[in-house]
Design a protein around this ligand. Sequence first.
Ligand SMILES: Nc1ncnc2c1ncn2[C@@H]1O[C@H](COP(=O)(O)OP(=O)(O)OP(=O)(O)O)[C@@H](O)[C@H]1O
Ligand SMILES: [Mg+2]
Length: 160
Amino acid sequence: MRRKNSRVTPHSQLLPAPSATRALAARLAPLLRAGDIVALSGELGAGKTFFARAIIQALGGPEEVPSPTFTLVQTYDLKPVPVWHFDLYRLANPEDAYELDIEDAFSDAISLIEWPERLGALLPDDRLDVDLAFGDTEEARTVTLAGGPSWTERLKALSP
Ligand SMILES: Nc1ncnc2c1ncn2[C@@H]1O[C@H](COP(=O)(O)OP(=O)(O)OP(=O)(O)O)[C@@H](O)[C@H]1O
Ligand SMILES: [Mg+2]
């Protein structure tokens, strides 16, 4: 039986080296459109910023993509759709995200969000979840992709 808010079955893939992470980001980038939310989870150093940076660069962003650790958000005025890159690790309360104009990002931009769990109930259901985990070598990661309703077809395109 289909449940309300059902999410497409997640799938995992091995990313043996940073080049594989970059390649997955490059496949995802052209599928992104205004209003999309990409929630990047995983431990410190798992590769969330690396993945976000690769998306931004695949979309024509600059060589320099700093981690928004202290600013909490960096915006990229890319065409046709701007990209907002959030790192919410330091967000004390979900409501503080309003001060970052996160609602504008949700409506008009592509939002790449590190530490999305900091948003609590303010994190929209229809999003792409990208969960990065350490693998069994220094350079290996496992990524698990899951998506809300608007991701059903696009997730198929991202399967290995
Ligand atoms: N397969 C891989 N995919 C992505 N990054 C990798 C991989 N192998 C090694 N790395 C390295 O892991 C590091 C990931 O750092 P990154 O800043 O992206 O982590 P993060 O998840 O954003 O951490 P934080 O929670 O501190 O923001 C980078 O130095 C990157 O080069
Ligand atoms: Mg980071």
